[in-house]
Design a protein around this ligand. Structure first.
Ligand code: FAD
Length: 426
């Protein structure tokens, strides 16, 4: 395992830093606490949100003009044709500068764009990709349903052909950003008479279409970042179907593979390690300042355990990076990292609240460290569910790393509408 940049990687890092220094100010490395909790924050007003999007769009366009908007996208679609590792280097360096947060474009750039590149027609690529690259559209992912999350192939939202259009009915849930998105990637069931993986079709849906109702879900943290999306007789032109009728599962797998590989940006594997590192740092700062009394041996042992687990995470992350540098793709290390980061952060947040004594129960502006740890404690379960739950990560580790027998699949080969269920049959 090599911890240092290769000469080529060092050159890219230098280029990235030159670009960033030209457009933004470098952050104070001691102020890492700032912005750490943004993913769990309460939503601001519409006006504040619109300012955030305007700033994000300007920054996205500056990156696009310099060829840094979508590092891994092929050059023919406006990308840089770079590797995953180059993308990680860009994200690592970008995180050190004061630049607008472009996470509203994450699902477009990370999921919709790559899926359209692989499965889209030339007309679809020309229509959608440049707008995604420049942050002109905001995309959401309409996959999960009340009875289809881990088992996504069990989805029931139906699409029925009517002339040159499809008529869609059903409900999606947990759709991040659907309330401010203007496009969505949608998987539907078009044939319930064949086994579940074979009867699905994938669409690009205009979120302003009549019949789409988006209802934000209030979270325990106070924010409302994700939604329920109800679709009643929504008409989608056949021109917005991605790939063949019945091939939706293969298209969805392209999206899901990109979701897993979405390291480097947002809450990716390295972002997660970074968060744990920040937490250790904050704990240390408050302790040194005498604001937290962590003198008893039991507490010291726990902090030492967090620190050593953080180091193990960093080394696993480095092993993954090293593999990527040699041309590999992220493997089971990704599952071990995601599982460990979520568990570790939850434990640390609970510990940080515990050592505050009665103050640990406060969540408003009177709370210690502005309630950072309390917010974190409430928000972490989302991390342990999104992108594959803890249990699903354990299944992956068990089957692919430890060679344990795979799960029984009682619905294999059975037509979807003959699988026993308590839910409505599509
Ligand atoms: C922050 C966040 C953002 C999200 N954003 C989006 C989005 O933008 N678009 C979208 O479509 N979805 C989104 N989701 C939904 C997410 O993909 C699902 O929540 C996730 O796939 C789990 O599905 P579920 O909630 O239906 O739980 P279920 O799959 O019903 O699982 C319930 C419980 O059963 C366990 N379980 C299920 N299957 C197995 C198994 N085979 N073996 C062992 N245990 C199992 C699970 O681990 C879990 O504990 C988001 C979720 C979160 C938390």
């Amino acid at each position: 395992m090599d911890f240092n940049d290769s000469p080529q990687e060092a050159k890219i890092r230098e280029e990235v830093r030159a670009f960033l220094s030209q457009h933004a100010e470098e952050k104070d490395i001691n102020a890492e606490e700032e912005g750490m909790m943004s993913m769990f924050e309460e939503e601001g007003s519409d006006e504040q949100f619109s300012q955030i999007v305007t700033a994000a769009r300007e920054w996205q366009q500056t990156k696009a003009d310099a060829g840094w908007a979508c590092v891994t996208w092929p050059k023919q679609y406006g990308g840089r044709g770079g590797s995953i590792l180059e993308n990680i280097i860009f994200s690592q360096e970008e995180a050190k500068f004061k630049v607008p947060n472009t996470s509203v474009f994450m699902l477009g750039i990370g999921l919709a764009g790559p899926t359209i590149q692989v499965h889209g027609t030339e007309a679809q690529r020309e229509k959608f990709l440049p707008r995604i690259l420049r942050g002109e559209d905001i995309w959401c992912q309409l996959f999960s349903e009340p009875a289809a999350g881990s088992d996504l192939a069990g989805l029931r939202t139906s699409a029925v052909k009517d002339g040159d259009e499809w008529v869609v009915n059903g409900q999606k849930v947990w759709n991040s950003g659907a309330h401010y998105s203007n496009w969505g990637i949608l998987v539907t069931r078009t044939d319930p008479t064949v086994p579940k993986h074979k009867g699905m079709t994938y669409f690009l849906v205009d979120m302003n279409s009549p019949g789409i109702e988006v209802r934000p879900i209030k979270q325990i943290t106070g924010g409302a970042n994700f939604n329920e999306v109800f679709m009643t007789d929504v008409r989608i032109p056949d021109a917005n179907r991605l790939d063949q009728v019945g091939n939706g599962w293969a298209v969805a797998l392209t999206t899901l593979m990109n979701e897993r590989m979405g390291i480097g940006g947002g809450f990716g594997m390295f972002g997660g390690v970074g968060l744990v590192r920040n937490l250790v740092k904050i704990l240390e700062t408050y302790h040194v300042n005498g604001q937290l009394a962590i003198y008893d041996s039991a507490s010291r042992q726990r902090i030492a355990s967090y620190y050593s687990r953080l180091k193990a995470l960093e080394l696993t992350g480095n092993r993954l990076m090293s593999g990527l540098a040699k041309g590999g793709v992220p493997g089971v290390e990704g599952s071990t990292l995601k599982l460990s980061i979520g568990l570790l952060m939850q434990e640390m947040a609970a510990f940080c609240m515990e050592i505050q004594g009665p103050m640990g129960a406060l969540v408003d502006e009177n709370a210690f460290a502005h309630g950072t740890f309390q917010q974190l404690y409430l928000g972490i379960p989302a991390i342990r569910i999104a992108g594959g739950t803890d249990e699903i990560q354990r299944n992956i580790i068990g089957e692919r790393m430890l060679g344990l027998p795979s799960e029984q699949r009682v619905d294999k080969g059975i037509p979807f509408n003959e699988i026993p269920t308590s839910a409505r049959v599509a």
